[in-house]
Design a protein. Structure first.
Length: 210
């Protein structure tokens, strides 16, 4: 390509782009122009554009003809129950869509950088509580030697059903008390952290508003 042809080619591209933009803007207003709903200035600009653009003029003619024929068409009778069926399908599709999006939303919420640390802390607390409740490490596999270490705690002479039930009940109460204590501590820690973050945010917002 010669250097002398570049300005002409570039100018033609600019003109074509401007023509496309003008057509898109005019076509968006053709229906209102056909119903005489545009302000005088906009209507005059559309009229001038239609005089110089054959494509938009043909589209405007088609819109005018269609608007003239629409009132003459016979209205179709909707079958009984059609509206209720459409509403039922719409509601069902919306419920299905929300149900499918809930897991993705929850995972996305956990993976947000703002809550990544809090999510990891919460999962760690859950694992710790589960480990204390079961008496074994949640990340360990079952160790056959675990029962051998636990056997001295329950002498065979006292291994009656009532005695074993009482000991298990006491252990369950102790584990429940530990779990409740840890839950309360975690809740207070999260509440304190939330209050500090809110106070800091409020101070920053107040400073910006000043």
């Amino acid at each position: 390509m010669n250097h002398e042809q570049v300005p002409e080619h570039f100018t033609q591209q600019v003109l074509d782009t401007l023509q496309l933009d003008a057509c898109r803007q005019a076509q968006a207003l053709l229906d209102e122009h056909a119903h005489n709903l545009l302000p005088l200035l906009h209507a005059e600009l559309i009229r001038q554009h239609l005089e110089n653009c054959s494509d938009c003029r043909a589209l405007h003619t088609a819109i005018v003809m269609l608007n003239a024929r629409l009132p003459a068409l016979q209205s179709l009778r909707v079958p009984q129950g059609f509206t209720a069926s459409v509403m039922q399908r719409t509601v069902l599709q919306e419920v299905t869509r929300r149900h499918e999006q809930k897991p993705r939303r929850f995972v996305a919420w956990l993976m947000r950088p703002r809550f990544a640390l809090e999510s990891a802390y919460a999962m760690t607390v859950i694992v710790m509580l589960f480990s204390d409740l079961t008496g074994v490490n949640a990340f360990d596999t079952f160790d056959p030697a675990l029962w051998e270490r636990a056997r001295p705690r329950f002498p065979e002479s006292a291994m009656t059903f009532e005695h074993l039930s009482t000991q298990l009940s006491e252990q369950a109460e102790q584990q429940t008390e530990k779990m409740t204590t840890k839950y309360d501590d975690t809740a207070r820690a999260i509440e304190s952290w939330t209050r500090e973050k809110y106070t800091a945010f409020r101070e920053q917002y107040t400073a910006l508003m000043r």
